[in-house]
Design a protein around this ligand. Structure first.
Ligand code: F6R
Length: 607
């Protein structure tokens, strides 16, 4: 949600900080600030609103210095105002701090800080004053941060700068992501690898409870007992260009259009169609555990939860093992019976979603093994899970997930096929058929992407629409949910995903000529039933838009988005593409902020 950038090295810090913040904009924020240390002490500038507002101020008042911190804030405690924007300072303004997360016991701590003057309504500021208090007695920045952190409850990542230490930044992490970027004679702190891409590919993710000293010459990490600790360095494979729009009007469009490549990347080297097998590199879950699992529990949020629903269908069809999909925000309370016989699959693009991490911890505590499907190496989820399937979607900048959804779905389907083979529930012959069809998917995705005339027409026609309903069944019930979610999050139009068979149990009452119903009705087991449900809409004068298989039109649909023929289980990958484009063109037509929709953040690190 919030973003942190820190720099120490030979360069002017300000451009590095601003560029880093720009690369973190996608996470969602409503104010921004920087602090730089120079001969005048700690100098800072902050501004509510977009980063551009801060840049305007910095043009009038540039800040010199080769060490500093930057922050984008997503308001929790106190509005998006200048005083609440980070950095926050100690009373003597010789310590400044930026923070992601929430300090839950800030009110209680504030009461104990008698004599300190507070300038904001934030929970964060209390941490700056606590560090000031401990620094007064310790005179050692790391010890002061360590003692302060010991009193805080909640989840946080901090970066701190001290006027007395012109070559030092201190970083601390508890349940919020923070990485160090390792350069030559320069080092970085960031809440997200994206901020580091122009400068270094070597990243060191901190562990929970870690505190780090970061100076020009290097970094030193200490664990929660302040014992020096070694943490693995990861090489980031994404290029700096992945954080650029590449000539497209929005990141979202760029990312939608990348999907034939990203689906191909997911398949590459994993599919042996001749043998009917799927292979994963460094999978981490023993085959014996896949065989003995009596239940699969899937935990995820939002779009990832929709991918989980596709996974459930495929796991039950191909591996014949019961699978449940839960919202991580519900599973986290631990009432769900995870146990040794349950394999938990956690799906999270960012690998940092607080609810999913909590659900995973509850599952592991109950003895369940956890397989993660995530896009981010070094993420908390990847580090805490027993096994990982790394998605190969590359950096996704737009807040609304598109290419990472199809990557999640592709990984989930490959996992289901693997599970089916390992458990002996899926024959080699059938697996061969399925996998041959999988290998043919990338050009099919490309075909759907190239055919957006109907989508454009439809977006224009229903732009001022009253309501959208998306309906589907079986593999494409999640497509209905996902199509509706995309529409609501970026266009702000009301859109609901619903089981087609459930319409007559209530929502049919909503249907009249003001309602647009998008029916996901490709070839497959449930097509006839879908057509019957569409008739029910038609009879009540709802506008019908259909996603159908090429060559199988449904006459009552006013608009049709065609997808090429494929195995039913792969149809969600193709059917979602026109729905992503429909949401995109509608949002553009309505003049919305497509890449950073209001009130939303890319990585949801609060409960
Ligand atoms: C919607 C969207 C969100 C995320 C959700 C989970 O477009 O992106 O619904 O899917 O916040 O995020 P991850 O996958 O990072 O756990």
């Amino acid at each position: 949600m919030c973003g942190i950038v820190g720099y120490v090295g030979p360069r002017a810090a300000l451009p590095v900080l601003v560029e880093g913040l720009r690369r973190l904009e996608y996470r969602g924020y409503d104010s921004a600030g920087v602090v730089v240390l120079n001969g005048h002490g700690l100098e800072s500038e902050k501004s509510p609103g977009k980063l551009q507002n801060l840049e305007e101020r910095l043009k009038k008042r540039p800040l010199d210095g080769t060490i500093g911190l930057g922050h984008t804030r997503w308001a929790t405690h106190g509005g998006a105002t200048e005083p609440n924007a980070h950095p926050h300072f100690s009373c003597d303004r010789r310590i400044a701090l930026v923070h992601n997360g929430i300090v839950e016991n800030f009110a209680e701590l504030k009461r104990g800080l008698r004599g300190h003057r507070f300038a904001s309504e934030t929970d964060t500021e209390v941490a700056a004053h606590l560090i000031e208090r401990f620094y007064a007695s310790e005179r050692d920045p790391v010890r002061a941060v360590h003692r302060a952190v010991g009193l805080l409850r909640g989840h946080f990542a901090f970066a701190v700068i001290f006027a007395d230490h012109p070559d030092l930044l201190v970083a601390a992490r508890l349940n919020c992501p923070l990485v160090l970027g390792l350069g030559e004679e320069e080092n970085f702190i960031a809440s997200d690898i994206a901020a580091l891409l122009p400068y270094t590919r070597r990243a060191l993710p901190l562990d929970e409870g870690d505190i780090a000293r970061v100076d020009r010459a290097g970094v030193r990490v200490f664990d929660r007992m302040l014992v020096p600790a070694r943490r693995p360095v990861i090489e980031v494979t994404w290029g700096a260009e992945s954080a650029a729009k590449g000539g497209h009007a929005h990141y979202m469009l760029k990312e939608i259009l990348q999907q034939s490549e990203t689906v191909a990347a997911e398949l590459s080297g994993r599919v042996d169609a001749e043998r009917g097998d799927v292979r994963f590199e460094r999978f981490g879950i023993p085959k014996a555990a896949l065989r003995s699992a009596r239940r699969i529990a899937i935990a995820a949020c939002g779009t990832a939860w929709h991918a989980g629903l596709v996974a459930k269908c495929a796991i039950e069809e191909l591996a014949k093992v019961p699978a449940d999909v839960g919202f991580s925000s519900e599973l986290r309370y631990g009432d769900t019976p995870f146990d040794r016989d349950t394999l938990t699959v956690a799906i999270s693009q960012s690998g940092e979603t607080s609810d999913t991490l909590a659900a995973v911890r509850a599952a592991r505590e109950a003895g369940s093994r956890v397989l993660a499907i995530t896009n981010i190496r070094g993420s908390t989820l990847a580090r805490e899970a027993d096994g990982v399937l790394f998605m190969r979607a590359g950096l996704e900048v737009c807040v609304a997930a598109t290419k990472t959804y199809t990557s999640q779905v592709m990984n989930a389907l490959l996992f289901a096929i693997h599970l089916g083979r390992v458990r002996g529930a899926l024959s080699r012959a059938r697996a061969r058929q399925i996998l041959r069809d999988a290998l043919a998917l990338p050009p099919k995705v490309q075909e759907v992407l190239g055919d957006d005339c109907a989508v454009l027409r439809c977006a224009k026609r229903f732009l001022r629409g009253y309501d959208y309903m998306y309906i589907g069944r079986r593999y494409n019930l999640p497509t209905a949910y996902e199509g509706a979610l995309k529409m609501k999050e970026i266009s702000y139009l009301h859109a609901e995903g619903y089981g087609a068979g459930e319409m007559k149990h209530g929502p049919l009452a909503l249907v009249d000529r003001r309602m647009t119903v998008v029916a996901i009705a490709p070839q497959g087991r449930v097509l006839e039933k879908m057509v019957s449900n569409m008739q029910e809409i038609h009879a009540r004068k709802g506008h019908l838009v259909a996603v159908t298989t090429r060559g199988h039109p449904i006459a009552i649909a006013e608009e049709t988005f065609e997808i090429p023929p494929c195995e039913e289980m792969f149809s969600p990958l193709l059917a979602v593409v026109p729905l992503q484009l429909l949401a995109y063109h509608t949002a553009v037509g309505l003049g919305r902020d497509v890449d950073q929709p209001r009130n939303l953040a890319k990585s949801v690190t609060v409960e």
